[in-house]
Design a protein around this ligand. Structure first.
Ligand code: ATP
Length: 954
């Protein structure tokens, strides 16, 4: 509230009391005389005279009390509301309050009264005129004193509204010299020779205020709630030397402002020479029908108790102290509270049904605090499919997202509505939302590829839904819900993308634009909506923006630069006018009709929700939800962790090890149901699935499946130890997923440099997850011994019956830092050919060529391509079905993969680490983020997670 301490009008009430009391005491004086007359007539009761005296004394007392009360009220009045500005110590005053000028003090009234022998008493009471609460235009008689009167009004108003009053002081004759202090006022319009231009600006401002704040419920700016008003200004327009110094146009404009301005907080005061005629015989009373003389009009100033005096400030010290104080005044931060907009009581949440529409109040306009609303779906047969938001930085865009998400989440249960929340490349706006029970996907620092995959996912979901509706003989989401949701309740889906230009980055094929157009034009009927935001509506890289925008009916704009508003295509002229008025954080213009001029836009203020409130609501929402919650969190800036692998979750949701048939079902299951989406899972081939990291889409997990087919080996190359060791150690730790320990063997050679941080990571996997089931060597010599026995096993299997052979355990030979195994470097032999000088090398080569068909798989890791080529020739390299490359030079990438893609993996910086998987059989590289080794603690956490899963199956 502005007038939270004392209401100026309270002096009016007090004065009324005094007036009544004085009148009563006067009556009491008359009464004895009347009664004496009655006594003389011999008809009075005997004690009448005594009663009369008592009444008289009582009324005298009441009058004295009322006067004392009035004096008290006057003494307690805030400084800007006191009778005389000159008597205030402005140096001490802190200019921290706004006192809303419904009335304005223009002088003082001296009330003098005396009762019997108690002597005279004088009280100085402020005299007010109705101001912004009226439609009046005021004048005072032009004369020597004009300047003092104007100054006093200006200083008074400025002191009442230190940061919400603006002044336009028009002084055509002296060209501004009459108001030398103008520049020192915090908010003013400087007036040059072109008076009508300034007046036109004011009229434009009036229209803007009418559109932004006023409607049938809120007719005057003074009635707009301060939290919505923000820093909008009340304005005083003074026309000195009126009318002689004004041309006809300016006079007409002034008259128009005088009649339309007061409701919009703009008041005109004329320094009037009433002897001067208006040009062309115009009538003052016609042009200014509401004109009132400040000091003369009886209706306004009932000087009916005492003597009246004008207030006047002449003392330059007072003037300087006020102006200095104003320059120190800081605009008060005003915010519309979130609790004014939405229901905060969790018990009353989730009462709405999303069948036809989802709607979220996000703020308010005028005096209502929750009438700005964003809605999607169908309302009165009107569709609203999708929305977009544009705002310059700092305009309050993030807060709008929060208000929108939480407002929706408080109204609809997770069964009715779910979110996909995507932060663009640099963003972490949605990082607290994994807690939200409605969040299906939360993606932070999202890469362009992932952003596009989210659109693809929604499009797939749309197709699945449409297919289901069709099979049921239903047309769309609404009819499905109306039919009682025969296949289970479907929520509406709301995709929100901040910095949505990410979708179109690095997108040579234009896939992002196509996906966007498809969703924009088709998804509403499936109950899928999107709300995307950026600093501008149109963003770079988007092809055919018109095809997209024509399907995005909801336009939301916040503060933008003037040039941007001018060039906007997404709003008509009326909307643009309103956007220009968004000068503060949180102000917003909303159109559900594509910004068209034909239907008015809503404008107002978004409610502010602070961090603490947001966290509290998220906590409450999460506590309220009793159902299952499977939010997928994707953080583009972080490496993935194996414990977050959703395919692994689905697999271990089974209480025991899967049977062969169950494995087939699991493998065939699509990604979005947590399966492997692999239709070639034949148990007879003894497939082993090993996950390597996270693909650049919502559900995909990067993996290799090693089967008993030719060349099912893997080569890992790149100089990031973190990534290679991470992938290798987690692969080792995953071996128990596929078979019991009797059904697989592992031989590890780790050539990590002793004492380095990498040494020990692989052995940790063996220790803590495999219970030392693997043979572990640190030298090739030791490893060779194992190789020899594997070779013997290989020879044995070659001679076996195929069915028996397929039953034999799988054998994994894992070599880390293979570039440090000198025995693997081929040398010229006596025939001048490149050959291994060691049997171990020969054995490895043999197994590479034929081993995997017999269940013997090689997994080798090198830190560079050059070392790979020293160990293997081109044909050997092609014998590894799976190749995983980390960032490398273009030349190496080409040599290793026949594409330059591995040279571009870290184009945006060192972190996160990306990798490329090439499956020779598929010929399409898959980019992913590998599981990395960073800290022992995290490594062990993940190992423990896996061990716990295996314990379940034991
Ligand atoms: N509706 C609002 N009412 C009052 N203050 C607000 C409102 N919205 C935001 N603010 C204030 O403005 C600050 C910036 O808001 P916000 O972070 O939402 O802006 P933004 O447009 O997202 O900025 P950026 O683009 O730089 O991230 C907030 O910290 C808050 O103090």
């Amino acid at each position: 509230m502005y007038n939270d301490d004392v209401e100026l009008t309270s002096t009016n009430d007090a004065r009324k009391t005094v007036r009544e009391q004085v009148k009563e005491s006067a009556l009491a004086t008359i009464k004895p005389i009347q009664n004496t007359v009655a006594t003389l007539k011999g008809k009075v009761l005997p004690n009448a005279i005594n009663n009369m005296n008592a009444d008289y004394e009582a009324s005298k007392k009441n009058a004295a009390k009322a006067a004392a009360d009035l004096r008290n009220i006057c003494a307690r009045l805030p400084e800007p509301l006191r009778a005389q500005l000159d008597s205030v110590n402005w140096e001490e005053y802190d200019f921290a309050h706004n006192y809303l000028p419904k009335n304005l003090v223009v002088g003082l009234e001296e009330i003098t009264y005396s009762f019997g022998g108690s002597g005279k008493q004088v009280i100085q009471v402020p005299k007010e005129i109705p101001f912004y609460a009226s439609d009046n235009c005021y004048s005072f008689a032009q004369g020597d004193d004009s300047i003092t009167i104007i100054n006093t009004l200006v200083f008074r108003l400025a002191a009442m509204l230190p940061y919400s009053s603006q002044f336009t002081l028009i002084d055509p004759i002296k060209m501004g010299q009459s108001f030398p202090y103008t520049k020192r006022l915090p908010f003013k319009r400087m007036v040059d020779n072109d008076v009508s231009r300034v007046l036109e600006e004011i009229l434009t401002d009036i229209v803007r205020i009418q559109n932004s704040f006023l409607d049938n419920n809120t007719e005057r700016l003074i009635d707009v709630d301060e939290e919505i008003l923000g820093n909008a200004k009340f304005e005083l327009i003074v026309a000195k030397d009126f009318p002689q110094a004004y041309d006809r146009r300016s006079i007409e404009l002034l008259a128009k402002i005088a009649s339309t301005g007061p409701k919009a907080g703009k008041m005109v005061i004329l320094d009037l020479d009433s002897d001067k005629a208006l040009p062309n015989g115009a009538e003052l009373s016609v042009l200014f029908p509401d004109l009132k003389h400040i000091y003369k009009n009886e209706n306004q100033l009932p000087w009916n108790l005492g003597k009246g005096f004008r207030d006047s400030v002449r003392n330059t010290d007072t003037i300087n102290a006020i102006l200095d104080g104003l320059s120190r005044a800081k605009p008060k931060e005003t915010k519309l509270g979130f609790s004014d907009v939405i229901e905060m009581n969790p018990e009353l949440w989730w009462q709405e049904d999303s069948m036809e529409v989802i709607s979220a109040p996000i703020g308010g306009s005028g005096s209502r605090k929750n009438d700005i609303e964003l809605w999607f779906g169908e309302r009165n047969k009107q569709p609203s499919s999708h929305g977009m938001l544009a705002a310059m930085t700092g305009a309050g865009k993030s807060n709008l997202y929060h208000a929108f998400i939480l407002s929706l989440a408080s109204r609809y249960s997770p069964e009715d509505l779910q979110f996909y929340l995507i932060d663009g490349k640099q963003g972490v706006e949605f990082q607290s939302y994994p807690k939200l029970p409605h969040a299906r996907v939360v993606s932070l620092s999202t890469s362009p590829q992932l952003a596009r995959s989210v659109l693809q996912e929604l499009l797939d979901e749309m197709n699945r839904r449409n297919e289901m509706f069709k099979n049921l003989g239903l047309s769309d989401f609404i009819s499905y819900r109306k039919a009682g949701s025969p296949n289970g309740k479907l929520p509406r889906l709301m995709l929100i993308i901040d910095e949505y230009q990410t979708i179109f980055e690095d997108d040579k094929t234009g896939l992002g634009s196509q996906l966007m157009i498809s969703i924009a034009s088709q998804s509403r009927s499936a109950g899928i909506h999107m709300f995307v935001g950026s600093q501008k509506f149109s963003v770079p890289g988007m092809s055919q923006p018109q095809a997209t925008f024509s399907n995005i009916n909801l336009r939301v704009a916040m503060k933008m630069s003037g040039e941007e508003v001018t060039s906007l295509q997404e709003f008509g002229s009326k909307g643009k006018q309103l956007i220009r008025g968004c000068t503060e954080t949180g102000q917003v213009v909303v159109s559900h009709n594509g910004g068209a001029n034909e239907l008015p836009c809503d404008t107002g203020r978004v409610a502010y929700i602070d961090e603490q409130q947001r966290q509290q609501m998220l906590e409450q929402l999460s506590n309220k939800w009793q159902g299952t919650k499977n939010t997928i969190l994707l953080d583009g800036s972080e490496q993935p962790e194996i414990k977050d692998n959703t395919q692994l979750h689905t697999l271990f949701s089974s209480p025991q090890r899967l049977s062969e048939d169950e494995w087939i079902l699991y493998a065939n299951k699509p990604h979005h149901f947590g399966g492997l989406n692999d239709n070639e899972w034949y148990p007879i081939e003894r497939p082993s699935v090993l996950w390597l990291g996270k693909e650049m889409n919502i559900h995909g997990q990067a993996k290799v499946i090693l089967r008993r087919r030719a060349h099912e080996h893997m080569l890992l190359v790149g100089d990031s130890n973190e990534a290679r060791l991470g992938m290798l150690s987690y692969m080792v730790a995953q071996l128990p997923i596929n078979a019991q320990s009797s059904q697989y063997q592992v031989h590890i050679l780790d050539r990590s440099i002793k004492g380095s941080q990498w040494c020990g990571v692989l052995s940790a996997a063996n220790d803590s997850v495999l219970n030392n089931h693997a043979s572990f060597s640190e030298s090739f010599k030791d490893f060779s011994t194992h190789l020899t026995s594997v070779m013997a096993e290989f020879t044995k299997r070659q001679d076996m019956d195929e069915e028996d052979m397929l039953r034999e355990p799988s054998i994994f030979l894992i070599v880390n830092e293979a570039q440090r195994v000198k025995e693997l470097v081929k040398k010229d032999n006596s025939f001048g050919m490149k050959a291994y000088s060691d049997d171990g090398g020969v054995n490895l080569a043999t197994l590479l060529e034929q081993g995997s068909e017999y269940g013997i798989h090689l997994v080798l890791s090198f830190d560079n391509v050059r070392s790979v080529t020293k160990a293997f020739d081109r044909n050997d390299i092609e014998s590894f079905r799976h190749k995983v490359a980390l960032q490398m030079s273009e030349e190496d990438s080409f040599r290793f993969l026949k594409t330059r893609d591995a040279a571009k993996l870290q184009a945006d910086g060192k972190k996160p680490i990306y990798a490329l998987h090439i499956d020779q059989m598929q010929n399409r590289p898959t980019k992913f983020k590998p599981y990395c080794y960073s800290q022992d603690v995290i490594l062990h956490e993940n190992f423990e997670h896996l061990s716990n899963l295996y314990a379940k199956w034991a």
